[in-house]
Design a protein around this ligand. Structure first.
Ligand code: HPA
Length: 238
């Protein structure tokens, strides 16, 4: 039955869903990786598609930007549409000096400055971690694709603000080995934990917070994005 944000029927989604933030990117991903894709959601323009990849069912749907938006869609997918695996594919800003623009990051865990996960377990700083098996499958696919030198696995941060950062925070996160920043993974990992689902974020580094001289153009973002998409598809169908 339809939910407030997804006008689909049970069975319309595959067990595995790729979730970019941008619904138009969801359409481009569906065109690129799905056979026989059909649109399964259009509420609020948050386009969703289901088809097959190599004969296996696979869905793609936008999550919107930020943890509240992603939480709504991930909750409904896990809880109401029988989805088992959600793999976020997106871009991120580099934080660690070891990470360069164009690299791919497998987010094994996500710090957050959001209050959303703090509310989940009273008195606890929730530990938002990726599903180990999905992360391992993505890593294997990256190595097989020859990305080893540009592939990273480790902690990231999911921030609420895009344009505001407390002074010194980025440098401190870099000292603690944080690879990059985006805005959704910590919430995705928590929703997966809540519903017994599995989740992963595979990110393309599109700019670097400590060195803006090599930020990607919009065209580069699309082509370099193909690397992380390949890893995400491999993990989704692992
Ligand atoms: N924050 C900062 N820079 C970024 C982000 C972000 O969420 N995503 C891509 N570059």
């Amino acid at each position: 039955m339809a939910t407030p944000h997804i006008n689909a029927e049970p069975g319309d989604f595959a067990p595995a869903v790729l979730t970019p933030g941008d619904p138009l990117r969801a359409r481009r991903i569906a065109e690129a990786v799905l056979d026989d894709a059909r649109q399964v959601n259009d509420v609020r323009g948050m386009l969703g598609f289901t088809g097959t990849h190599g004969g296996r069912p696979l869905s793609v749907m936008g999550s919107g930007m930020g943890q509240p938006s992603l939480t709504i869609y991930a909750t409904e997918l896990f809880d109401r549409f029988g989805v088992e695996r959600i793999i976020r594919v997106g871009t991120a800003g580099g934080i660690s000096p070891d990470v360069a623009v164009g690299d791919v990051v497998i987010a094994t865990g996500a710090h957050t400055d959001s209050a959303m996960n703090r509310l989940r377990v009273p008195g606890v700083d929730f530990c938002a971690v990726a599903d180990f098996h999905l992360a391992a499958a993505a890593w294997r696919a990256g190595v097989e694709a020859g990305l080893a030198g540009r592939l990273h696995a480790g902690p990231i941060i999911s921030r609420d603000h895009f344009y505001f950062t407390p002074q010194g925070q980025t440098e401190a996160l870099a000292r603690y080995g944080t690879l990059c920043v985006e805005m959704e993974a910590a919430a995705l990992y928590a929703v997966a934990a809540e519903y017994g689902g599995r989740a992963l974020a595979v990110l393309t580094v599109s700019d670097h917070l400590l060195d803006h001289s090599r930020d990607m153009s919009a065209a580069e973002r699309e082509t370099r994005f193909a690397d992380s998409l390949r890893l995400a598809v491999a993990a989704a169908l692992s």
